[in-house]
Design a protein around this ligand. Structure first.
Ligand SMILES: Cc1ncc(COP(=O)(O)O)c(C=O)c1O
Length: 420
């Protein structure tokens, strides 16, 4: 699998080796699952030193390794998965949370205060959109949406508008965006942060949601982002059987997230971390197969007479701005994309109800192919005008292509399209 090397090892190797040393667990080839809520201190002084280290960063006497305290602060399985994720994301460290939303809302709460503003790409995952527009705005934090994250003039204009209204604290970049898979330029977002720093003195954080592509296809930290957030629920977990979210970046940016996580209690539990660590081992292979299957299905859909359009990175026209960003920023097109059927909600519903192998469900990145109708599900709370302005209409479907044989998926799509 393609991917940058780190410390002399390829990412494929890191997914299998980093974070767990069998010597720490009686030689067990696979990590134990530490089902404990608390940890026993060997002495009162060690307990005090460990707390001073955790809360104030005071070095342990004699360079000793600090102990663990309580599982809400950290636990061995969390520690393992955080080390592995940091390696894959090219971050110094990572923090892992109970879901992608837990990760993203903690990033926003840790870094924004009343009077601040945030700019974000539209469309955006519905949960984050709701958090910014319906919840955060009640606390005097104003969101400003941009619609073309690859257009420098547009990005500057939105950033200037945000800075006129308050102090721009976060540039949020979800690329590809959910559900339409439009591209934003991470390096451009970093230039906008430079511009903001010159204008207002404060440098906003560039936070990239890397959920749709994951660590094998895009490395936001190498493009200059401050934080890389991934809903691990999706491709990294990979089996639609867990929820988790991770954030990677420099240690000084991750530490406040861990402090807030301790108080919110939204860390990832031992069992989920154990599953995640195992899932990482097959991420390279799964990513390859997901991408190959998606390319087959996208080609097939594009040629079908009942399909109006397909938005898939692989089809970005040569010579276009989006293509240039894609070639510079991504190592593959991913496997979640959108397409529109000819017709409206009635035609879409008839088609969806005829599918047998493809499963009608929200979410993405699992072994099974999932399809959903964003307008009536994931983006239900977003009003029609805002949805349609960014290309989510009644005919739009989002497809997360799984690991089944592509011929079987195509056969199912073909028979269901006959219902239109
Ligand atoms: C791009 C993106 N970011 C964040 C999330 C939130 O992740 P979670 O469902 O694990 O909270 C999702 C969920 O679908 C997503 O698609």
């Amino acid at each position: 699998m393609t991917g940058e090397r780190r410390e002399g090892l390829n990412l494929d190797t890191l997914t299998i080796s980093v974070g767990y040393d069998p010597a720490t667990a009686s030689g067990a080839a696979k990590p134990p699952l530490y089902l404990t809520s608390t940890f026993v201190y060997p002495s009162a002084q060690f307990a005090k030193d460990t707390h001073a280290n955790f809360f104030e960063g005071v070095p342990m006497p004699g360079g000793e390794t600090p102990g663990l305290i309580y599982s809400r602060l950290s636990h061995p399985n969390l520690d393992m998965v955080e080390k592995r994720l940091a390696a894959l994301d090219h971050g110094e460290v990572s923090a892992v949370f109970s879901s992608g939303m837990a990760a993203m809302t903690t990033v926003l709460m840790a870094n924004l205060r009343p009077g601040d503003t945030v700019i974000y790409g539209r469309p955006l995952y519905g949960g984050v959109d709701w958090f910014l527009n319906s919840h955060f705005s009640q606390f005097g934090i104003q969101p400003f949406g941009y619609t073309d994250g690859a257009d420098e003039d547009h990005m500057r204009a939105v950033a200037n508008e945000a800075m006129a209204a308050g102090s721009l604290g976060v540039i949020h970049v979800e690329t590809p965006a959910n559900p339409t898979a439009v591209i934003s330029d991470i390096a451009l977002a970093v230039r906008i942060a430079d511009h903001a720093e010159k204008t207002q003195g404060r440098r906003p954080l560039v936070v990239v949601d890397n959920t749709f592509l994951g660590p094998f296809l895009q490395s936001p930290l190498l493009q200059g982002a401050d934080l890389c957030m991934t809903a691990l629920t999706k491709y990294c977990g990979g089996h639609s059987d867990l929820l988790a979210g991770g954030v990677s970046g420099r240690a000084e940016l991750i530490a406040p997230l861990k402090t807030l996580r301790t108080m919110l209690g939204n860390h990832s539990d031992p069992h989920t971390c154990w599953l995640l660590l195992r899932s990482f081992e097959t991420l390279a292979l799964r990513t390859e197969r997901h991408c190959a299957n998606a390319a087959r299905l996208a080609d097939w859909l594009k040629a079908h007479p009942k399909i109006a359009s397909v938005t898939y990175f692989g089809f970005l026209p040569e010579g276009s701005k989006a293509r240039e960003v894609y070639d510079r920023q991504c190592r593959g097109a991913g496997a979640t994309f959108s397409f529109r059927v000819k017709g409206g909600e009635a035609e879409v519903f008839r088609f969806l109800d005829k599918l047998q192998l493809l499963k009608l469900a929200v979410s993405l990145g699992g072994a099974e192919t999932l399809i959903c109708h964003p307008a009536s599900t994931t983006h239900y709370q977003i009003d029609r005008a805002r949805r349609e302005a960014v290309g989510i209409d009644d005919a739009t479907l989002r497809l997360s292509v799984g690991l089944e044989h592509p011929d079987d998926l195509i056969a199912d799509l073909a028979q269901a399209l006959e219902a239109i």
